[in-house]
Design a binder for this molecule. Structure first.
Ligand SMILES: [Zn+2]
Length: 416
């Protein structure tokens, strides 16, 4: 059964725009940045299930009070995510109340929770529920102790009940990549037959590689007709690449959290995933998500969990659009696509060309002088560049330092 009649295994839009042009100006026709496209790929019409308010609550620093949860839920909704996932209402009385409050905010995004108790989830008023069971031999032996036959029987009973309650049902296995392939395929086929809206696979321990993901999702795609959702932990740094691979293999939905917060070092970060997808599927990504709101959204969550946005964060890290080396700066000033795969303007941000170092070049210094309204000949710019380099060999320089070197040099010229 497919959500909104969206089928799977059908060719999706590729990375090129409708008129066939590539978003990156001057991009050669054959480019390694063009993703592999085949009839299974959903890179041009993926959906986001945002789990900052579920997975993110498992982050070491997280404590979201009701007011903060509401703010985050509204910001995610405004950004345009398709579904917002909340903490299991059975976790605590407050979790139940918060689930009810957020489900009643009237957001455009659907709201979903994990469930231990199907009745409690329905009572909380969510649009969808998530039925999760650990299927790896590790979890079966050391966690819940259930056999595959028992898992299947229980799952089918709960699905039957939920279908009668008019909520969307996802069935997911935990630790999918360390589960027996024959076991999970049989189980997924059975729940697909029972009419779940979506099945999910999860790399709960963060050990999968993009190739493993591609193989598993592609195999699963051949077994179930419903949508496929994926959840990737980032323990080995593959969470964004794995999400992309999953979509290429026919997955339809990706789980994210803002800044990737979650259990241990978290899951696919929403921002980094957007950076990836705006290159792969620019038209879809730019029209569907309010990318200019990303920075405010990340700042809201970073403040709520008392962390800084990492310096190397895609898009919003403080140096994400800073160019420093002289030769880079020259090329960037002539055509930004030379050293930028992402255009900062898409995210409402701007690039910065640093001239405060010994590796600066005179073209960058010329650009800064022009910004400051200081007119100079090329020879004069080269001369002041040498002065900046001399000073930068001695100590670190701030923008103000180089600006005052430029200004006093210019003043001397006037006097001469
Ligand atoms: Zn997780």
């Amino acid at each position: 059964m497919c959500e909104n009649g969206e089928s799977n295994g059908v060719a999706a839009h590729g990375p090129t725009t409708s008129n066939g042009s590539h978003p990156v100006q001057g991009q050669p026709k054959s480019s390694p940045y063009q993703s592999v496209q085949d009839y299974l790929s959903n890179v041009g019409r993926y959906k986001i299930i945002e789990s900052t308010l579920r997975e993110g609550e498992q982050f070491a620093n997280s404590f979201f009070d009701t007011e903060t949860k509401i703010k985050i839920a509204k910001a995610l909704d405004s950004f345009g995510v398709d579904m917002i996932e909340l903490t299991n209402p059975c976790s605590s009385e407050q979790s139940f109340q918060d689930c009810k409050t957020i489900a009643n905010l009237g957001l455009k995004a659907n709201v979903r929770c994990h469930m231990d108790d199907a009745k409690k989830a329905v009572e909380a008023g969510v649009d969808g529920v998530d039925l999760v069971i650990g299927t790896s031999s590790f979890l079966r032996e050391y966690s819940h102790g259930k056999s595959m036959a028992m898992i299947q029987k229980t799952a089918l009973e709960v699905i039957e009940y939920l279908k009668g309650q008019n909520v969307e049902v996802r069935f997911s296995s935990e630790d999918s990549f360390r589960s027996d392939l024959v076991d999970i395929l049989a189980l997924y086929k059975a729940v697909d037959g029972a009419g779940v809206h979506r099945v999910g696979i999860a790399d709960t321990v963060g050990g999968a590689t993009p190739r493993m993901v591609y193989d598993l999702v592609r195999t699963l795609r051949g077994v179930v007709g419903c949508d496929i959702e994926c959840h990737f932990h980032d323990d080995t740094g593959c969470s964004v690449a794995n999400a992309h691979s999953a979509l290429e293999a026919g997955a339809t939905h990706v789980d994210t959290s803002v800044l990737g917060i979650g259990e241990r070092n978290g899951i696919t970060p929403l921002g980094a995933f957007m950076a990836r997808m705006v290159v792969t599927a620019p038209e879809y990504t730019k029209s569907k998500y309010n990318l200019k709101e990303l920075k405010a959204l990340e700042t809201l969550v970073a403040d709520a969990v008392q962390i800084n946005i990492p310096f190397n964060n895609p898009i919003t890290g403080f140096c994400a659009f800073t160019h420093k080396a002289g030769i880079h700066a020259k090329a960037i000033l002539a055509n930004p696509s030379t050293y930028e795969i992402l255009d900062p303007e898409i995210f409402g941000l701007s690039r910065y060309v640093s001239i405060n170092s010994r590796i600066t070049g005179w073209n960058a210094v010329r650009s800064r002088a022009d910004q400051l309204g200081l007119s100079m000949t090329d020879e004069q710019v080269k001369e002041v560049t040498a002065k900046i380099k001399q000073m930068a060999d001695i100590r670190p320089l701030a923008i103000d330092d180089t600006d005052s070197i430029l200004r006093s040099f210019h003043l001397e010229l006037q006097k001469a």
